[in-house]
Design a protein around this ligand. Structure first.
Ligand code: SAM
Ligand code: SF4
Length: 332
């Protein structure tokens, strides 16, 4: 079976799967406090999610990341991970990983490790208890920190993802970096992206990472690296240490030329680009037949329509987001 190559010659070998749009937090830049979630009947079952993942792996996907919403609030998630881990054992999959807000990690860290998960990304924007609550609206900082420690103790390497928010956490970046260094964790900063309606105006907190880098150079001796994790982050290192700092700059620097990924929503829609509407429904072919032929045809058809790139803008004159769907739907 031929591998997945898009019209621009990019090989697609990375699938991100949003296993649920639900979450136990309400981060203000991600969703509104009274977010309307999808009806449960629209969601793919765990068996269906597994079938789609299996099909992608057969077509050459080497890296699989489960996300959401909060992936660890999906019931049965460990069963799904355990079933998917068979691909790690037989060598057809190189990495199985997850992006999480960390709230459930204390409970699941050992299970995740036993499913072959070696690295995870945990999102954490501040180390200040009150600010953490203000950002997440529902989250408890101690729970996340305990979760991070549990994951590390279980043998999982943790990378921290921090959304750079002007006027909210921009005074904390050096201390966050130092804290990560003490725990032997890399950290990646992310720019806010205009995805989905929220209660606030995102432009107020948008902070280009070029400015963050400039500010950090006052505190750290940053040196260029060619470290790559298969994602869009560009990494710098703190001179004389092993600690790396990543920057994901979808707005100030477009990284689409090397895009190797597609995203599946929890309802079975495959999005070819986080910042575009191009999508294909995989749920119908999945439900039509027990054989995967129609599903595989649909996947090829989707990849044949992968757009060249996104063109996000954070526009002060327009309050509408570039893309109507939330990050929690497409999977961040
Ligand atoms: N709930 C999990 C978490 O928070 O890690 C996984 C899903 S979350 C949508 C994935 C990542 O997207 C998180 O790091 C979050 O901070 C980020 N995110 C959510 N909305 C965003 C936005 N509008 N712009 C930039 N990053 C966003
Ligand atoms: Fe939930 Fe993650 Fe969105 Fe925060 S960023 S509301 S934790 S899905």
């Amino acid at each position: 079976m031929s591998s997945l190559i898009d019209p621009y010659g990019r090989t697609v070998n990375y699938l991100r799967v949003s296993v649920t749009d639900r979450c136990d937090f309400r981060c203000f830049y991600c969703m509104s406090e009274n977010m309307t979630f999808l009806p449960k009947s629209d969601l793919l079952s765990l068996e269906e999610l597994e079938r789609v993942c299996d099909a992608f792996i057969k077509l050459g996907v080497k890296k699989l990341r489960l996300t959401g919403g909060e992936p660890l609030v999906r019931k049965g998630i460990i069963d799904l991970l355990r079933n998917l881990s068979k691909h790690l054992k037989n060598g057809s999959l190189e990495e199985l990983t997850l992006t999480t807000n960390g709230s459930q990690l204390s409970r699941y860290a050992d299970d995740l490790f036993s499913c072959g998960i070696k690295r995870i990304n945990v999102s954490l924007d501040t180390l200040d208890k009150k600010k953490f609550f203000d950002i997440t609206r529902w989250g408890k900082l101690e729970q996340v920190i305990d979760g991070i420690d549990a994951a590390r103790e279980a043998g999982i390497k943790v990378k921290i993802n921090t959304v750079a928010l002007r006027g909210i956490n921009d005074d904390e970046f050096p201390s966050l970096i130092k804290w990560c260094g003490e725990k032997d964790m890399d950290i990646t900063f992310i720019e806010t992206m205009p995805l989905g309606e929220i209660d606030n105006d995102r432009t107020e907190n948008y902070l280009p990472l070029s400015m963050v880098r400039k500010q950090l150079r006052k505190n750290f001796n940053l040196v260029e690296t060619d470290h790559k994790t298969g994602g869009p982050a560009r990494y710098m290192a703190i001179d004389g240490t092993k600690q790396r700092i990543g920057f994901i700059t979808p707005l100030s620097h477009n990284f689409c030329e090397s895009c190797n990924r597609v995203r599946l929503t929890c309802t079975g829609t495959l999005y070819m680009c986080l910042g575009q509407e191009d999508a294909i429904d995989l749920r119908s072919p999945l439900r039509q037949k027990e054989s995967n032929d129609a599903l595989i045809d649909a996947i090829y058809a989707g990849i044949a329509n992968k757009p060249k790139g996104h063109d996000f803008i954070i526009d002060r004159r327009s309050s509408t987001p570039s893309v109507a769907r939330h990050m929690s739907t497409t999977g961040g």
